[in-house]
Design a protein around this ligand. Structure first.
Ligand SMILES: Nc1ncnc2c1ncn2[C@@H]1O[C@H](COP(=O)(O)OP(=O)(O)OP(=O)(O)O)[C@@H](O)[C@H]1O
Ligand SMILES: O=P(O)(O)OC[C@H]1O[C@](O)(CO)[C@@H](O)[C@@H]1O
Ligand SMILES: [Mg+2]
Length: 550
């Protein structure tokens, strides 16, 4: 029973009416406080009698009498909220999947409520223990941070015919959004018999400024073959109260939110407001970003597709510069604060001579600088291809352009065109300083790598994400994000995926692999430019770039 972990779940056969503004908004709810169950909770939940411990807190003993004595073995679970945390009498029902033909022959239809996913798979005593490292673990397993494993539960907290779900997509595009939309609709309908699914158009602002779309498996049948988002998207416009008012007004009780870090922050606020109002509304986040910078999860959907599409741009640059004398190809790829697309596209291609990412400051002049490297490669091969992430070298461009600090509607800093800047710099240097004729080709495929449908593996990944989100919402979890951790899908507290961003770790083997593959300079030793942008400056710049006005 789920309650072993989190809550005294009632199995009464009565269902609370679907929340509507009139039934819930006007009442003031005082739900009994459950001292060891509430969210943000990490403070005092128990797992098999062992208290969960957050990264920040010390273990706290569980108060219920039937729990085993606490043992501090460093096992930590970062759990997600459950509707029963604040709706203690919420009835549950047997999961209709039991009757579904899809799961009829599955050995273990339901995820064991004790299953958690280890954030890091590392055996602290590999020499002494003769056992396999496991990703999904149960009791007596090693210390470390764990998340609740995603998947269908034996009990659900919604009657299928009382579900009114909605889906919204926010932020920039990403291959696979339509697949996620499709699979949420089909998953709800085929697995749980849900028929009432609404599409919120045009991002968060669509909740309060647009009519909804009715989504059925038939309506979404083909959308995965198209790029973009069937529901359209926007930046800005997050107004928590207006959104939750609208959720209440429309009687929506499951909200699926597809979007990046900003969107997930918005989802956390929606969940908090829903909890404050005591609504039986499951809020599920599906993380999306082309930049692959979402913390905790292994990889974000659409990333592989984008890397694949980037090959075409790199290939074009290579063909162009190979065909002329002293050809210098420059390809700018997306990646605001993290250079994953540039890194992986470079590693995949083998035609790239040098990859520049925001995480690794580079410099142009002097020993070990980019100009020297370009010159060497031109002498050696007659051509050179540089791939750079759009966020790379922003500080240098800003210094020279004295640009005004522009922001988009969500408060994200608008980037300067580093590709154009670098092209001009290289041109200038070789023509004026080196007196050497070069042939530059600048390719900026920015939107082309994200405005396409997802490839086969991303499609499968999107399906898993969507189904995991549906299982989680039906099981009564809320305020969670879903995603693979160590290749197993898990329910992750939203704050864990928004508190930091994944960036390319320069001390990691992957960056070393790239350096080894391109044989480019690491730019660790620098001249004037490098010295000017010391670590402190880079930190300040990064901080400023991350700052949003919301
Ligand atoms: N801190 C925040 N709190 C509440 N809402 C936010 C916050 N940051 C962003 N949002 C809202 O989330 C939506 C999307 O945010 P944003 O434009 O930053 O894209 P994103 O979700 O980060 O996706 P990506 O950056 O990958 O394109 C916008 O509607 C914005 O208003
Ligand atoms: O031009 P738009 O649509 O605001 O999106 C651009 C940004 O969105 C992203 O794709 C995702 O954050 C970035 O890489 C890029 O800078
Ligand atoms: Mg973002």
């Amino acid at each position: 029973m789920e309650s072993a972990i989190s809550s005294p779940l009632s199995t009464s056969s009565h269902m609370l009416p679907s929340p509507s503004r009139s039934s819930l908004g006007s009442r003031s709810h005082s739900f009994p406080s459950l001292p060891n169950l509430r969210y943000p909770s990490f403070k005092s939940r128990c797992f098999l009698g062992i208290p969960f411990r957050s990264r920040q807190t010390q273990p706290i003993r569980c108060q219920s009498s039937n729990q085993q004595p606490a043992k501090d073995d460093g096992f930590v679970i970062e759990d997600v909220p459950h509707l029963t945390d604040f709706l203690s009498n919420l009835p549950s029902y047997p999961n209709p999947l039991k009757q579904s033909q899809a799961y009829a022959v599955v050995k273990q239809t339901f995820v064991s409520t004790d299953d958690v996913v280890a954030q890091k798979v590392s055996d602290p005593f590999p020499r002494f223990r003769k056992r396999e490292k496991k990703v999904v673990v149960q009791k007596d397993d090693p210390r470390g941070v764990h998340f609740r494993r995603a998947g269908p539960r034996e009990k659900v907290y919604f009657k299928s015919d009382e579900v009114r779900a909605c889906i919204v997509t926010c932020g920039g595009l990403c291959p696979g959004i339509n697949t996620v939309i499709r699979e949420i609709v089909c998953g709800l309908n085929y697995m749980y018999g849900v028929e009432d699914i609404l599409g919120i158009e045009g991002g968060y602002r669509g909740f309060y400024s647009k009519n909804t779309l009715r989504l059925t498996p038939k309506v979404v049948n083909d959308i995965h073959k198209r790029g973009g988002t069937f529901l359209r998207t926007s930046r800005g416009g997050h107004d928590t109260n207006k959104i939750v008012d609208n959720i209440q007004d429309r009687g929506i009780n499951q909200v699926y939110i597809i979007g990046g870090d900003g969107t997930q922050k918005g989802a956390a606020l929606i969940y908090k407001e829903v909890e404050k109002r005591g609504l039986q509304v499951a809020v599920a986040g599906i993380p999306k970003t082309i930049d692959n910078d979402i913390a905790v999860i292994d990889k974000s959907f659409g990333f592989d597709t984008a890397v694949e599409e980037a090959q075409r741009a790199i290939n074009a640059a290579h063909v162009e510069v190979e065909s002329v004398e002293n050809g210098v190809g420059i390809v700018k790829l997306m990646g605001r604060y993290s250079g994953f697309i540039a890194l992986y596209a470079t590693l995949a291609s083998r035609d790239v001579d040098c990859c520049l990412v925001p995480e690794s400051p580079f410099y142009l002049e002097g020993r070990g600088g980019l100009f020297e490297f370009v010159e060497e490669r031109l002498k050696e091969n007659g051509h050179v291809v540089i791939v750079l992430a759009e966020g790379a070298g922003q500080e240098y461009v800003a210094q020279e352009m004295q640009a005004v600090d522009g922001k988009d509607a969500s408060g994200n800093k608008l980037l300067l065109d580093v590709g154009l800047w670098l092209t001009e710099k290289i041109k200038d240097h070789f023509t004026k300083v080196q007196k050497m004729a070069i042939n530059t080709k600048y390719i900026d495929p920015t939107y082309m790598i994200r405005a396409i449908p997802s490839n086969a593996s991303d499609n499968i990944y999107c399906t898993l994400l969507a189904q995991s989100a549906v299982h989680g919402a039906m099981a009564g979890f809320s305020g969670f994000t879903v995603g693979p951790v160590n290749s197993r899908h898990a329910y992750i507290p939203i704050s864990r995926v928004t508190e930091t961003q994944n960036t390319v770790n320069l001390t990691d083997r992957m960056w070393a692999r790239l350096l080894a593959s391109t044989n480019q300079p690491s730019f660790l030793e620098g001249n004037e430019l490098h010295e000017r942008v010391d670590k402190e400056d880079v930190d300040v710049i990064n901080h400023n770039m991350r700052a949003t006005s919301i």
